[in-house]
Design a protein around this ligand. Structure first.
Ligand code: GLC
Length: 442
């Protein structure tokens, strides 16, 4: 009896400790599971972002509803014509797996407010109930991901151009929506109900990737999105699920990933990251388009070359960040041929050189004009992306380096010690997409 009582106490205590009391004294403390998931996330390095919704039918990207001022009731007629006959979750996931991709981030609900999953909370405005297709594509993706060992993450929009209870922000103002039904409380409940669905219907989820709080960035009073409570809900439902928010600002409490839109951490060529300081506390992720846009665009053939994409991945890894590379699937459910071609070529590269990227962290030499370094254990990988000479200097005076060789085929690379570091003497001027020198650091 006594023993049983003791056991019960122990079980209760364990439950309490494990109960992911992620907010202690008002402060977010990630649980052990969450910290482990962060590090695993960093090991994954390459993810695929998928922007797919009924907007694909219009072939003008995921913002078409706003950009063309489509009346919200007219837009809501689109799902009735959505039948992506060629959708094959397994074919998608297999193509990602072969490319060396370790996770996908799928738009569960974008700004247009249409849910691409079986969502009771959406009151019928979802792919299962509102389209003739009737299939829960997220369920099919979740099953394929589980089969191929790929992590599934969800993009989730904070703003909504469909629901009348969403308190209108900067966007979606010309869509004919009546403004007298705005109700933050009911909208917030709706979001949390959907997040609960997403985190209970599809097995373990790697991350929730929020987007859209900038819709209220120019409000006179700072808008209270009640993020902390929402994040706590996520961490309660799945403690290992990481929270990221594409708000273009510094981290908020409860966020486990820092996101950089269309730029590598520390850069701001796209103009979204001007207010951000690179965090050294959480994993970093840079999201980038393969062409110019996110959602399928029928006139956008401006695809980046495989070389550019691979170099982006390498750059990200050198900056200790992941690359989330976007594809906008077609309305028929297929991935564009241009994207498939690049995935295949990226796969050829990652099969040969992935070891120098996956599971690494940014290396001893911070990024330089010629490239970056990554590191795993005592191995240092020097990634030379653009260099005109046979000699390359590594400013590593305080370190002992040895056994320099080309990762490609083991050709020895001469290592000359100087007072201020080491000189690598390459067998030839580097011309590969990425010429990688492997070294041992003692
Ligand atoms: C921006 C766009 C959105 C896209 C996101 C991806 O926030 O508004 O459409 O999903 O970037 O990073």
């Amino acid at each position: 009896m006594k023993n049983r009582l003791f056991l019960n106490v122990i079980i209760t205590l364990t439950l309490l400790i494990n109960c992911q009391w992620s907010i202690v004294n008002g402060q977010y403390r990630p649980t052990a599971e969450n910290l482990k998931a962060r590090s695993e996330f960093q090991d994954k390095k390459l993810g695929i972002f998928l922007h797919w919704g009924v907007y694909a039918m219009m072939g003008q990207g995921e913002w078409v509803m706003n950009n063309r001022n489509i009346n919200y009731e007219e837009y809501a007629k689109m799902p009735a014509g959505f039948y992506p006959a060629k959708f094959d979750a397994e074919a998608w996931v297999k193509a990602f797996k072969d490319a060396g991709v370790n996770y996908i981030t799928f738009t569960s609900r974008h700004h247009d407010g249409f849910s691409m999953f079986n969502s009771k909370a959406s009151e019928g405005y979802n792919i299962v109930e509102a389209t003739p297709f009737k299939r829960d594509v997220i369920k099919e993706l979740a099953d394929a991901c589980a089969k191929y060992g790929i992590t599934l993450n969800f993009y989730y929009s904070h703003l909504d151009w469909h629901r009348l209870d969403y308190p209108l922000g900067n966007t979606g103002r010309q869509l004919g929506r009546p403004t007298d039904q705005q109700n933050w409380k009911s909208y917030y409940k709706f979001m949390n109900d959907q997040l609960t669905e997403l985190l209970t219907q599809y097995g373990p989820i790697g991350a929730i990737w929020f987007d859209g709080v900038w819709d209220h960035a120019s409000d006179a009073e700072p808008y209270d999105w009640q993020l902390e409570e929402q994040y706590a809900l996520i961490h309660k439902l799945q403690p290992a699920c990481l929270v990221g928010n594409n708000h273009h600002k510094n981290l908020n409490p409860g966020e486990d990933i820092q996101i950089f839109e269309r730029d590598l951490p520390g850069q701001n060529s796209a103009g979204f990251s001007g207010d951000m300081q690179v965090s050294n506390e959480v994993p970093l992720e840079s999201c980038q388009t393969m062409s110019d846009v996110w959602g399928y665009n029928i006139t956008d053939m401006h695809f980046k070359s495989t070389k550019e994409l691979v170099q982006m991945l390498v750059h990200a890894a050198g900056l200790n960040a992941n690359l989330l590379m976007n594809i906008g699937p077609q309305p028929d459910g297929q991935l564009p041929a241009e994207s498939l071609k690049r995935l295949k070529e990226i796969g050829e590269w990652t099969r040969q050189y992935g070891e120098t990227i996956y599971g690494t962290r940014g290396g001893l030499v911070t990024p330089r004009d010629w490239g970056v370094t990554t590191q795993k254990g005592n191995k240092l990988y020097v990634h030379i992306l653009k260099w005109q000479d046979r000699g390359l200097f590594l400013p590593l005076a305080g370190h002992k380096l040895s056994q320099a060789k080309l990762f490609r085929d083991g050709t020895p690379v001469k290592l000359v010690k100087a007072q201020t570091g080491y000189l690598l003497e390459l067998p030839e001027v580097p011309t590969d997409i990425d010429t990688i020198v492997e070294l041992i650091v003692d």
